[in-house]
Design a binder for this molecule. Structure first.
Ligand SMILES: [Mg+2]
Length: 300
């Protein structure tokens, strides 16, 4: 397997028309032409062997899926529609042809089902598999959902249920483990929040609601009061639901009086609290301060 053959294979896998893509893989750079009146949102996410996945327990197609799902979850949180991705992959000595094929199969499966074109990337080698995915989405000019728009009095909602990924990582079996391996970016919900509910702020839950909600509150300059009830994934603990990362659900705020349906596309939408005046970023849980114990790469 040499690099040219690999690029040819990736090019074959990624073939197809996509809106805005003028030139895809194969030249020095890709060319993308945004439609009139749209803003583009960009995000980049790394996936590192031994940090985000393990060689023994994660199939290559799961790794490929997750590498893109993390970026698309951010695109969803902005209320944007995916347009394209760029994928850079450093392969470890243990990676064979089958692993590489599986990785791109998993990644392209999610790319196709979400309308995300693969338009470029880079290949290299390293001691451990390291992957970086740049994802780009489009949103009508000025309408991207941000973390900083929540106001005192807004209600806080969360989609789905929390703690599945942390539970799956612990028990390594069943539906919770599959949720950990193959998170589904909440793209349709993100657009619904922007277009229909006019959410005041939104973000995706990658590091645990205790930490992510603090980030949203800091950006918005408000405090949050959680009433102490959470939609907890069956079998997960309260701690897993509060602090476990990688659920990739959306947390969002709406102004009081907004009618939020009990579910959207089969995904429950639950009110978990409200925004209040107070020290920006502080979050309380059932009347007590909630420590932000969610996942942080650099916490000692
Ligand atoms: Mg995010």
């Amino acid at each position: 397997m040499d690099e040219r053959a690999l690029v040819r294979r990736i090019k074959r896998l990624s073939a197809g028309q996509a809106p805005g893509v003028v030139l895809g893989i194969g030249d020095d750079a890709a060319v993308f032409r945004p439609a009139d009146g749209e803003d583009l949102v960009f995000t980049t996410d790394m996936l590192v062997e031994g940090v985000h996945f393990e060689r023994d327990s994660h199939r290559p197609s799961d790794v490929g899926h997750k590498a893109l799902a993390r970026g698309l979850s951010d695109v969803a949180a902005m209320g944007a529609v995916p347009r394209f991705c760029l994928v850079s992959l450093a392969l470890a000595p243990w990676c064979g042809e089958r692993w590489v094929d599986g990785f791109y199969r998993g990644l392209m499966g999610l790319a196709r089902s979400t309308g995300t074109a693969l338009i470029g990337g880079d290949l290299s080698h390293s001691d451990k598999v390291t992957c970086d995915v740049v994802a780009c989405g489009a949103v009508p000019c000025g309408e991207a959902l941000r973390r900083g728009g929540a106001r005192v009095g807004d209600l806080i909602f969360v989609s789905g249920s929390l703690g599945a990924s942390a539970l799956g990582l612990k028990c390594r079996k069943g539906a919770a483990w599959r949720r950990h391996l193959r998170p589904e970016p909440r793209l349709a919900l993100g657009s619904f929040l922007r277009e229909t509910l006019r959410a005041t702020a939104a973000m995706d839950l990658s590091d645990g609601v205790s930490l992510d909600l603090r980030r949203l509150c800091e950006e918005s300059g408000v405090a949050a009061e959680l009433d102490g009830s959470l939609p907890i994934y069956p079998g997960a603990t309260v701690a897993q639901a509060l602090h476990g990362g990688e659920d990739y659900e959306l947390v969002f705020t709406v102004s009081r009086g907004t009618v939020v349906p009990a579910e959207f596309g089969g995904l429950a939408l639950n009110c978990i609290g409200r925004m209040v005046a107070g020290k920006p970023g502080s979050v309380s849980w059932g009347g007590q301060p909630l420590a932000a114990l969610g996942y942080d790469h650099f916490r000692k």
